[in-house]
Design a protein around this ligand. Sequence first.
Ligand code: ADP
Length: 319
Amino acid sequence: MKRIGVLTSGGDSPGMNAAIRAVVRKAIYHDVEVYGIYQGYAGLISGQIKKLEIGDVGDIIHRGGTMLYTARCLEFKTEEGRKQGIEQLNKLGIEGLVVIGGDGSYRGAQKLTELGFPCVGVPGTIDNDIPGTDFTIGFDTALNTVIDAIDKIRDTATSHERTYVIEVMGRHAGDLALWAGLAGGAETILIPEVDHDMNEVVAKLNRGHERGKKHSIIVVAEGVGSGVEIGKKIQETTNFETRVSVLGHIQRGGSPTATDRVLASRLGARAVELLLDGKGGRAVGIQQNQLVDHDIMEILDRKHTVDEKMYNLSQELSI
Ligand code: ADP
């Protein structure tokens, strides 16, 4: 391969820029040209494609978001849309594509590979919900953003002796809530993968209150339900002064942590290696600190699971 493309797609995550930089520099290091595709699959179809040089990815390693922008593109779900995309790539002589994004983006990459265009997926999402990798790019940064918020809320929760419900992102995956709850010392963590009993949540709050606890923190993944509704129920059943904080999109932004930058650099470079070895239809990841790659189809067929032992530990430490 002498010419490859790179795009970011779906929800953005901090560290995507570091991954783009790694793809560009690794390719150029191997005398391969790199083209940046802007606005994800939408830009692929409409041909928003530009050659990237070493300097184009300078000064971005520490920036959140994605310099290539990202988009959601319904047209790409049709074969016609994907064929248009391939035409654009063929016109420029691009022979392989690195797709940085979540599972939706992986589906697009898989479908392109099925049409004979080799793609490699790089896991970029704050949700940490891609099978075949222990961590996704952006998770560590989002986790630290949430922890920063929990620590601050804890101060005011203590001063006012309040119960706080903190809603974090994660429609289908509870990793962010679980890790943040564990690291933030939350009393209760509610995640979509584990059913909860509101009576038990309330009983735990009461036990804490009887023990003289000044405040309580409950971390809820958005997939469980509205934090506001959960807060209301708690206020009604316990009579403890309860406040709700929905952290929202601040979790997606910010300068990536060193861990995310290193992860993004390693994964981005590995994706280029695979393409140069002629391997399409793969998804890169990190497992037990080793770089790995799997068949994208196999990753898409697998269901994300939350670390059960870690969930149990969070229960044991928040008695
Ligand atoms: P994420 O990659 O963060 O999971 P989405 O699920 O929104 O985000 O997917 C991003 C984009 O990937 C979609 O807007 C669409 O263009 C493409 N995509 C998603 N699912 C498919 C599919 N089944 N076939 C082709 N393209 C898809």
